[in-house]
Each structure stands twice: as C-alpha cells, then as structure tokens.
Ligand binder design. Sequence first.
Ligand SMILES: [Zn+2]
Length: 333
Amino acid sequence: MPYSADRGKKSVSRQALDELKQQIPLLEYLQTHDWQPARQLSRGRLMGLCPLHVDHKPSFLVDPLKSLFYCYGCGRGGDVIRFAELYHQVKFPQALALLHQWRGLAPLLHEVARFYRVQLHRHGDAVAYLRQRGVRSPELIEHMQIGYAPGGCLRSWLTRLGYPLQALRQVGLVTAAGYDAFIHRIVFPLEGNLYGRSISTSAPPHRFLPGAKGGLYLWQQIRHCPEVILVEGLFDYAVLWQAGFHNVTCSMGNHLNARQYGQLCDGPRTIYLALDADANGSGQQATQSLACRLTEQGMNVRRVSLPDGHDPNSFFVEDGDARQFQLLLEAAQ
Ligand SMILES: [Zn+2]
C-alpha cells in the first residue's frame, strides 16, 4: 500500500474542498476572528492589518469576491483554508477540521448571542447584576455584546428557526433532558464558545459550552498595541475598558492555554499582568510562573499589585478610578 500514508489528504475530493470554500466566505471568517478592514480599494477589495503577524500599517489585502488574501508584509496569501492553516498554525487536515467545525457552530452561536442580547433589556435583575459589577455604559454592553440567558426559552426559539434539537444538544446549548443549559446567566460571546456568569448564588458561577475557551478575548483588536493589560475575568476586562483602558485582554482564568500563550508572545510588547490577588496566594503564584515564562520568551513583563484581596473588577466597583489604576500601572514591576 505505497499510497496509504497520503490517503488522508487524497481522500478529500476537489469538489468537497470547493464546497467548503463556498460555504465559508473568507471575509466572514476573518470578521469572526476580529479582523476589520482599514480601507476599501477598487473592485470591492479591502486592506487592513495582517492578522498573521504584528503589522503597523495595513498590508493585508482581501478580495471578498474571489475569497482570496495576500499580505504585502509577509508575502503569504491564498484561500480560506490556507488562512486557517497559518492563523491557527496547524496542518492541512486540522485546518479542514477547524473550518468544518466553524461552519457548523458560528452561525448558531451568532443567533444565540443575538437572542440573549434582546433578553438582557427585558430582565431587570440581569441589568441590576451588571450595575452591581460596575457595568454601566451602553457602549461597553454593545462592545462586548453582553446578553442574558433567562433559561426556558432558547430551545423553543432555535427549534422554531429550524435548528434540530440533536444539534443543540451536541453543542451543549440544551441539556440531555432537553432544557436550556444556560439559566440565569449573563452571557458573553467568545471565539467559538460562550461564557455564562450565574447571577444567582445557588449555581456554579462560571460556565462555558463544551470545547475550547478559545484565544485571548478580542485579541485582534489590541494585538498591535505595544503595551497590553492581561486580566483573568471578563468583568475585569469590562471595568477596565469602561474606564478607558482599551488595550486590555482577558484569558478567562489564571491558566493560559497554548493558543493564548502563543498570541501573547507573537511579537515584542510590554505585558501588564493584572490577575487576581487571592487570599490563599494561588493567584500570586500563577502570576509569578506566568511572568517567568513570558520573560523567557523575551517579553517585557510588569506585575500590577492590586490592594489585598482585590481583582480589577472589585477595585473599580469599590470606587477605584482610572487615575488610581494608572498609578498602579506606573508602579508595576
Ligand atoms: Zn502578513
């Protein structure tokens, strides 16, 4: 069987590849990975910063009609499959698997996030919870696309739209028993996932859909900043962004996955670590070991010391302001 080693690639027919590419327009795929065009050229072509490396002037050309890209900075180009290979740093078969997964999941999660955003403004208890966590500005709610899962209504909405129940179970939006999985939770859309924060004290506080939590939060929007602030919770992100610190990102937990770590180290930058300072010291330990690893990679790392027992969210909720946080950044070592 001399050809068996190559069978994985050969078994994907040209026709199947063309179909996949037709179903996933490059521009749409780029946009769900936070890419934004900086300007429009002739014949509908777009130019923006290259998502494949640190880019300071737009050199990434996208032709939405042909679904092709080319970067004048790094000289790489191709179709959506090539882009997925380069962006996720995987080989051809894994890129195909990721694209298949994206095709199934992205439109559904988009629909879910839209539904939950409408619910937020119908539920006073959810809005009150957001206030209590320091989230006030409508711009912030829009920027993070914050929604609310009341429970007991998503399943019927999606099945009415034609999504089969089996698919909803598979993604984890509906439990095996047939109920909405997210109940009484503030919901934040992530890259290929959702995060739900319970507003009731009787349920576990944090919940994701099964699968990877994705990369750093809205990384494409800030990866060109020479200085970034890393926090571990989305409510930490929220109060900082609201206070005007837009160069912030979030790892959703004090452990970074390989993808998030790779993103943080993809170019020279100064990283301010503003992780939680827990009473038992585990947060400080996590910060310490992360700081060491990042320094080994040549990053300029500063540790932000929050007052004892505080995270950035509680710091701002308890009357901390942008000026005071700026002083903490300047004092960071
Ligand atoms: Zn490039």
